[in-house]
Design a protein around this ligand. Structure first.
Ligand code: GDP
Ligand code: MG
Length: 197
């Protein structure tokens, strides 16, 4: 269970507040079936994230909300459009270009999804050559211990090679989902702070 859920203060978009700086656009990338929509539905505040045949039931593929990270609010727009871009003939490259930050999701129970994540990391590097684009490699489904195909050590090593952060999550157990979003916001702030100085 995520112990940082209590730090979420506002769930609605902050339209009455004057400070409407542009939201952080976070893109969910990853092979089909790794749990992107399950993660998005937790972000969106769906109560039972594991009615997952109904994962499509959360409010669309784009969700915007305000989260509080280190006592400061951040507007985050989460885009779960990766698979539909693929289907609709839309370009995933475009999806890559619109993001400020990326959650690169694989399933720890599916090695091919881990390999796909590496490929996506390479596309990201090609299109965002800046070193400091916030990217977190997310090993989801860590509740499925008996089906594990990718070890934590491998995941961490891959993240080190690809110069990004690493976290293992379980959308099913709502484990480490919020820390992943908080990590993205923290990375972006760090980047902005270094830019300003
Ligand atoms: P997507 O294609 O990446 O959007 O994946 P979905 O979110 O639709 O999830 C695919 C399947 O994996 C669904 O049946 C989910 O219930 C299941 N799933 C997603 N996350 C987890 C998780 O953390 N643990 C387990 N056990 N199942 C999960
Ligand atoms: Mg999906």
């Amino acid at each position: 269970w995520s112990d940082s859920t209590d730090s979420i203060i506002s769930t609605e978009s902050a339209d009455e507040s004057g400070c409407r700086s542009s939201p952080i656009r976070v893109v969910l990338m990853g092979a089909r079936g790794v749990g992107k929509s399950a993660i998005a539905s937790i972000f969106a505040g769906a109560v039972d994230s594991m009615d997952c045949d109904e994962c499509e039931g959360y409010a669309g593929e784009v969700c915007e909300r305000t989260i509080t990270v280190d006592g400061e609010e951040a507007m985050v727009t989460l885009l779960d459009t990766w698979d539909s871009e693929d289907e609709g003939g839309g370009s995933q490259d475009q999806c890559i270009q619109t993001g400020d930050a990326y959650l690169l999701v694989y399933s720890i129970t599916d090695r091919s999804s881990f390999l796909r994540a590496s490929e996506m990391r390479i596309s990201l590097r090609q299109q965002h050559p800046a070193q400091n684009t916030p990217i977190i490699l997310v090993g989801n489904k860590c509740d499925l211990v008996r089906c594990r195909e990718v070890s934590t050590t491998e995941g961490r090593a891959c993240a080190a090679v690809f110069d990004c952060k690493f976290i293992e999550t379980s959308a099913a157990m709502q484990h480490n989902i919020w820390p992943a979003f908080h990590g993205i916001v923290q990375q972006l702030r760090l980047r902005r702070d270094t830019k300003e100085n």
